[in-house]
Write a protein that binds this ligand. Structure first.
Ligand SMILES: [Zn+2]
Length: 289
């Protein structure tokens, strides 16, 4: 599932490639990925989905791309006049930029194609269609942004504030790291990795984490995120960048996907559980406390 480094990779590539491009055509092929911006991102059906699809076409056609950036695990495509298409790839979603015309590159899992005036096509493709797409105006974008927690790589997130986020909760450390309202962008892979690096057991209660441990955990979280961005993210199964290439960080993973194997740091056994939100949690019984 694309997390912070993967969506950052897509956003950076698209920002460099799309700034200034003008939209010539928009086509919505799959309406089940559409989400209602006004009602907490609920799925749309029937006439409401048809209306949003029509609004995507009329609002974006003729618009100019001003920027593409990441917030949490979403990619924001900003258009002039002020409209924002927000794509959250979740499991199998991909934003692909290709040279050819939309009709020549159609794929059965394409959800949205945006044809640009220079002949390129931007496609949102999603095999399982668990990802989402919505269209926001400036005010709606601000409300969406406000509901999300701070970005871990933002220098304004101090160790004190991070410590407060952890210690103010009875939940497991890993669950807190992945709660987008408390901290944005971290998902299962990097929560596991940060805990391993910081030698903190992911199942521990947030309240039990000391200030020193919280400081270490934030530093290690930033480290693993930055290293992964430098290698263009982790492709465990599905992630591909805007040009269809895989990320290079998977061989660097020390915890995620290694349940049952020896810890590379202490030789202890990595244990795996699915007790937290049904997701894979891996930690070392020897060196994570
Ligand atoms: Zn270990």
């Amino acid at each position: 599932m694309p997390e912070l480094p993967e969506t950052e990779t897509i956003a950076r590539d698209l920002d460099g490639a799309l700034q200034g491009a003008v939209v010539r055509s928009v086509a919505v092929h799959r309406q089940d990925v559409l989400r209602d911006p006004a009602r907490g991102g609920r799925a749309l059906t029937g006439a409401a989905a048809v209306r949003l699809a029509a609004r995507l076409v009329t609002s974006l056609t003729g618009g100019r791309v001003t920027a593409v950036y990441r917030r949490a695990k979403s990619i924001v495509l900003a258009f002039d006049p002020a409209r924002y298409a927000v794509v959250t790839p979740r499991f199998t979603g991909a934003l692909l930029l290709t040279r050819g015309e939309a009709s020549a590159v159609r794929h059965p899992h394409d959800c949205l194609t945006i044809g640009l005036d220079d002949g390129r096509t931007l496609t949102y493709r999603d095999l399982r269609r668990l990802g989402t797409l919505t269209l926001l105006d400036h005010e709606q974008l601000a409300r969406w942004d406000e509901a999300l927690g701070p970005e871990p790589l933002d220098p304004e997130l101090t160790a004190e504030r991070f410590s407060g986020i952890l210690r103010g909760s009875e939940r497991a450390v890993k669950s807190i790291l992945m709660d987008q309202r408390r901290l944005a962008g971290v998902g299962n892979i990097y929560a596991n990795e940060a805990c391993w690096r910081a030698r903190v057991r992911p199942t521990r209660r947030g309240r039990s984490v000391t200030h020193v441990e919280a400081r270490t955990l934030l530093a290690e979280l930033r480290g693993v995120l930055a290293e992964s961005i430098a290698l263009r993210g982790t492709t465990f199964r599905d992630f591909q960048d805007a040009y269809g290439s895989k990320g290079g960080f998977a061989p660097m993973l020390q915890a995620y996907g290694r349940g049952g194997l020896p810890c590379t740091r202490c030789g202890g056994t990595l244990r795996e559980t699915h007790a937290l939100e049904g997701r894979s949690t891996v930690w070392c019984t020897g060196c994570q406390r």
